[in-house]
Design a protein around this ligand. Structure first.
Ligand code: PRP
Ligand code: ZN
Ligand code: MG
Length: 224
């Protein structure tokens, strides 16, 4: 069910939400995020903001439920691989890379363990929230591993005896440090991106998207 209003999905709470809200505000979209609403109507444009969990954004775009979304490339690629494997819709258009949400997806092990290369991970159990990306990397390296899927607290898995290594997002490195882990391989460098669903758009929606993109270009350039 498509509406006349442009639907934009953004993360409700987390590493992208603040900068994401600022970006759309600087693009001239007026909205008030008070309360616990899922859908927020912009006051000055035919736009609805959907405040959802970041994990849900790729699927909302790939199923054509929303028009635009802002998401980290890590999450986007993970969901894309998962959906492709299940023969579910996984198409989208990347409109532009954004200037925030920078992080890397890395493999980390106990800081006291020695490491010479990916072969050292042969047969190990790796805890992660991104099993598809880990599998793609390990397949490329020709190294076998066992997954341990965790949606949170990945960094405690080795100490808890659940896994030998982890593959998780790293930005400052503080989480690894605090858990006695060291980064040994970077498997993906990620930033936030603006994505669009595939398929037809009304002329009005298309024009609005182009207006937002032009403004966004100006906002991002002004910061550089
Ligand atoms: C990620 C990741 C680490 C942390 C790394 O979690 O899972 O916990 O960030 O960042 P650092 O290197 O700056 O310490 P996130 O904040 O995305 O939240 P989540 O673990 O609840 O998903
Ligand atoms: Zn998430
Ligand atoms: Mg975390």
């Amino acid at each position: 069910m498509q509406t006349q209003r442009l639907r934009i999905a953004i993360q409700k709470k987390g590493r992208l939400s603040k900068e994401c809200q600022d970006l759309f505000k600087r693009c001239g979209i007026k909205f008030n995020l008070m309360g616990e609403r899922l859908v927020v109507h912009a006051e000055n444009m035919p736009i609805d903001l959907l405040l959802v969990r970041d994990d849900d954004i790729p699927g909302l775009i790939m199923d054509g439920v929303v028009d635009l979304g802002v998401i980290g490339e890590n999450e986007l690629e993970e969901v894309g691989l998962e959906r492709a494997a299940l023969n579910e819709p996984c198409d989208y258009t990347k409109l532009r890379r954004l200037d925030f949400g920078g992080c890397r997806l890395s493999i980390a092990i106990d800081k006291d363990e020695q490491y010479t290369g990916p072969r050292d991970l042969q047969g190990k159990r790796i805890a992660t929230t991104y099993p598809q990306l880990v599998k793609r990397y390990m397949d490329e390296q020709g190294v076998e591993f066992s997954p341990c899927m965790l949606n949170g607290s990945v960094e405690v898995a080795p100490r808890a005896g659940l896994a030998d290594a982890i593959c998780d997002l790293v930005s400052t490195g503080a989480t690894l440090e605090a858990n006695g882990l060291k980064e040994v391989e970077v498997i993906l460098r990620s930033k936030a991106v603006l994505i669009q669903r595939t398929g037809e758009f009304s002329a009005d929606k298309q024009a609005l998207i182009e207006r937002i993109l032009t403004r966004m270009q100006g906002v991002i350039q002004a910061k550089e």
